[in-house]
Design a binder for this molecule. Structure first.
Ligand code: R7I
Ligand code: MG
Ligand code: MG
Length: 306
């Protein structure tokens, strides 16, 4: 969950830039720039993740109405939300049930990455139960992203987090088998994710140029063009949290979100000790800031032990 915050904050100042512009201005971006609400502040990605974690901790599992209400109450437009999500939250605020609002967006539901970027707490809470993980990832997605590809992106990202938790970072990561596990997990209707995961297997055989990675995997705010990208950023740089997140952001496009998702998986793998102190130190730390997020993560984890 701290990994989500870190990646979100590192990528936020350059969201929407292309990789060449980032390279020309910053080289590889490895420090938190002062932008929007300040250096180290988070965006919608982390704000919605907090809503998920609070709801799971409160109900010791999934409660759709409560999670939807938390999204609505936490919503701060300054954090920069996606159009579809704003519509869904506004429908919920106006009394549409949590499991109906998401379908009304984009006529049949959004496949934006908004339900994948916030999923880390579900990956962690159900890390030992892939079936339940899928069910809750889909249900949490439905609140704002009812399109099958939106739901599948959320489940895939949650499963990547879960698998990273299950691995020992002191042992060499078997990169190909990590991807094979993800391919087996993807549901039938998620063909595009299987295709992209197969591309990842090929990309891992060499040291591809950024342009090729972007061309094959994408870097925009749809789930199919960003969840696999974040998975690749983690696996190709699994030796080091900082390298993985810096690489994710260096690809440009939806940098806060690809950074957040890479940070979630890489953070699940390396733990807090893998995150550079100079990054943790600059994260916003107000009412629902860094310390609050860490406490929430600890509560979530303690519930697993009960
Ligand atoms: O998914 P969402 O909440 O956006 C998240 C992004 C992240 O980058 C955040 O950091 C924040 O900046 O916003 O918002 P949506 O509007 O649901 O989806 C994002 C984008 O996916 C949309 O703007 C569309 O470009 C695309 N998209 C679709 N386009 C056509 N038809 C998603 N669903 C559709 C669709 O059904
Ligand atoms: Mg964002
Ligand atoms: Mg984004």
């Amino acid at each position: 969950m701290l990994g989500t915050h870190v990646g979100d904050a590192l990528g936020m100042p350059v969201e929407g830039y292309d990789y060449k512009t980032i390279e020309a201005n910053y080289g590889e971006l490895r420090q938190m720039l002062d932008a929007r609400m300040g250096a180290g502040t988070y965006t919608d990605d982390t704000e919605m993740m907090i809503g998920i974690a609070e709801s799971i901790v409160e109900y010791k599992g999934f409660n759709g109405k409560d999670m939807a209400d938390r999204f609505v109450n936490l919503y701060n437009p300054e954090r920069g939300y996606g159009r579809g999500t704003v519509s869904a939250l506004s429908l919920i605020k106006n009394g549409i049930g949590w499991n109906f609002a998401g379908e009304r967006v984009f006529g049949g539901g959004s496949f934006g990455n908004g339900s994948s970027m916030r999923i880390a707490p579900i990956g962690a809470f159900y890390y030992d139960d892939p079936n339940k993980l899928r069910e809750v990832a889909y249900d949490s997605s439905r609140i704002t992203h009812a399109h099958p590809l939106g739901k599948e992106g959320a489940a895939l990202q949650a499963f990547a987090v879960a698998n990273a938790i299950n691995l020992d970072p002191s042992e060499e990561l078997d990169k190909q088998s990590f991807v094979s596990d993800l391919i087996r997990f993807v549901a039938d209707e998620g063909e595009i994710y299987r295709t992209k995961l197969q591309y990842i297997k090929e990309l891992l055989e060499g040291v591809p140029h950024k342009a090729e990675v972007i061309n094959k995997l994408g870097h925009d705010s749809s789930a199919p063009n960003s969840v696999p990208t974040a998975i690749y950023a983690f696996i190709s740089h699994s030796h080091d949290f900082e390298d993985s997140v810096a690489y994710a952001v260096s690809l440009g496009g939806d940098t806060d979100t690809i950074g957040a998702m890479t940070g979630a998986t890489s953070g699940a793998y390396h733990g807090k000790r893998g995150i550079p102190k100079r990054w943790l130190d600059v994260l916003e730390n107000g009412e629902r800031g860094r310390n609050y997020i860490e406490t929430l993560a600890e509560k979530l984890w303690e519930l697993k032990a009960l």
